[in-house]
Design a protein around this ligand. Structure first.
Ligand code: GDD
Ligand code: MG
Length: 331
C-alpha cells in the first residue's frame, strides 16, 4: 500500500508552537508526530509514503535526509503554493506517479485504526473512495458523515454549525481512493476534498465509509496535542510510555506529576508541573507552577510564576518571575 500523508498545513490552531516548527514535526512524548503517524501506517502494511508538503518542507527533509521514516520509504512532494486538501492529494499523487488504489491520511491524526480493513472493504464494495469514521462528542469541529445501512455515504458535511449534525460519526481523516478520484480534482487551484470532492462523489453514489471505535485523536489543537501525550503515558494505547526524558533534569523537591518533560528540559526545586508538557530545553524555575499547559522549546517559566488553564508558550519565551498566565498564548 502507498499512502499520501497530508502535512502541508500551517497549523494555525497550534500557534505559537507552529511558528517555527510544522505541526507534524512537533514532538509527541519522545518523537515527532509524523513518525507515529507513519509508524502506525507501516504496522498495517503501508510501505511507501508520499509526504504532501507546503509549510516549512525543509523541516521534514532535514529530519529524514535518507528518505526513510519509521521503516517506510518517503517521497517528498512540495507544493508551490497551498492547494488545500484535494489539491494537495492531486499534486502528491501526480508527483509520485500513483496510478493504483492508494491511501490518504491527515498527518495530524493519532490513531490505532487498521487501514488494511478499510482497504479490504473498499475493494469488496467496488467503491471509488472509502472513508474511515470515528464517533466524537462534538461533531461540529469535523467533517460529519451520514451513511445508509450498506455503508454508502449519504451526506458529507464539513464543520456543520453546532447542533445541526445528523450524526456524531465523523471523517477520521483516513481514506482509500481509486486513482479516478485524482482525475476529479482540478489542476493548479485550491480544492478541498471535504467541501468539493467528497460531496461530488456522494452525488455519484461512489463514496463509502467504515466506522471504527479504535483510539483516535486529531492532535491539531492545544488541548488535543496535550491529551494525546497524556494518553500515551497513561497507557491508554498499550504499555505506558515514560514521560520523563533521560536527559531531563528534575530537582529534588520538584513535583512533576502526570506530565511529559522532554530532552534537556529542567524543573527546579519547589516547582510543580502537573498534567503538562515541558518541551525540549525548556526550564521551569524554582517555585513556579505549570498546570495543564504547553511550555515550548527553550522557554523559561520564571521563579514563582503560574502558568495554567491550557496556556501555550512558544519557542524561547520568557515568563517573568511571579507572573500569572491563565489560558494565555505567548507570544
Ligand atoms: N499539503 C497540504 N496542503 N496539506 C494541507 C493543506 C494544504 O493546502 N491544508 C491542510 N493540510 C494538511 C494539514 O497539515 C493536516 O495534516 C491535514 O491536511 C488536515 O488539515 P487540518 O487543518 O488539520 O484539518 P481539520 O483538522 O480542521 O479537519 C480535517 O480533519 C478532520 C479529522 O481530523 C478534515 O478532513 C475533517 O473532515 C476531519 O474530520
Ligand atoms: Mg486536523
Amino acid at each position: 500500500m502507498r499512502a499520501v500523508v497530508l502535512v502541508g498545513g500551517f497549523g494555525t490552531r497550534l500557534r505559537p508552537l507552529t511558528l517555527a516548527t510544522p505541526k507534524q514535526m512537533l514532538p509527541i512524548v519522545d518523537r515527532p508526530m509524523i513518525e507515529r503517524v507513519i509508524g502506525s501506517l507501516a504496522a498495517h502494511g503501508v510501505s511507501e509514503a508520499v509526504l504532501s508538503l507546503g509549510y516549512r518542507p525543509d523541516a521534514f527533509v532535514d529530519a529524514y535526509p535518507t528518505g526513510r521514516c519509521a521503516g517506510v520509504d518517503l517521497h517528498y512532494a512540495v507544493e508551490p503554493e497551498p492547494l488545500d486538501t484535494a489539491g494537495a492529494v492531486r499534486f502528491a499523487a501526480r508527483s509520485a506517479g500513483i496510478d493504483e488504489t492508494f491511501v490518504v491520511v491527515n498527518g495530524d491524526v493519532l490513531t490505532d485504526l487498521d487501514v488494511s480493513i478499510l482497504w479490504k472493504l473498499h475493494h469488496e464494495r467496488g467503491a471509488e473512495g472509502t472513508i474511515a469514521l470515528t464517533p466524537v462528542d462534538d461533531p461540529s469541529r469535523y467533517g460529519v458523515v451520514d451513511t445508509d445501512d450498506d455503508g454508502r455515504v449519504r451526506a458529507f458535511i464539513e464543520k456543520p454549525p453546532p447542533g445541526t449534525a445528523p450524526t456524531n460519526w465523523i471523517n477520521a481523516g483516513t481514506y482509500v481512493l481509486e486513482p479516478s478520484v485524482v482525475d476529479r480534482i482540478d489542476d493548479g487551484r485550491k480544492v478541498s476534498i471535504e467541501r468539493e470532492t467528497f460531496p461530488a462523489m456522494v452525488d455519484d453514489a461512489r463514496l463509502y465509509a467504515v466506522g471504527s471505535e479504535a483510539y483516535w485523536v486529531d492532535a491539531g489543537t492545544p488541548s488535543t496535542y496535550l491529551q494525546v501525550q497524556l494518553d500515551l503515558i497513561d497507557g491508554v494505547r498499550g504499555d505506558p510510555e515514560v514521560g520523563l526524558h533521560p536527559s531531563a533534569q528534575v530537582a529534588d523537591g520538584a513535583d512533576v506529576t502526570h506530565s511529559v518533560v522532554m530532552a534537556g528540559a529542567s524543573v527546579e526545586a519547589g516547582a510543580v508541573v502537573r498534567d503538562a508538557v515541558v518541551m525540549p530545553g525548556a526550564r521551569v524555575a524554582a517555585g513556579a507552577r505549570v498546570t495543564a499547559s504547553l511550555v515550548g522549546p527553550g522557554a523559561t517559566v520564571g521563579a514563582g510564576a503560574i502558568v495554567d488553564e491550557l496556556s501555550v508558550l512558544g519557542d524561547d519565551v520568557v515568563v517573568e518571575p511571579a507572573a500569572e498566565l491563565h489560558a494565555v498564548h505567548m507570544p
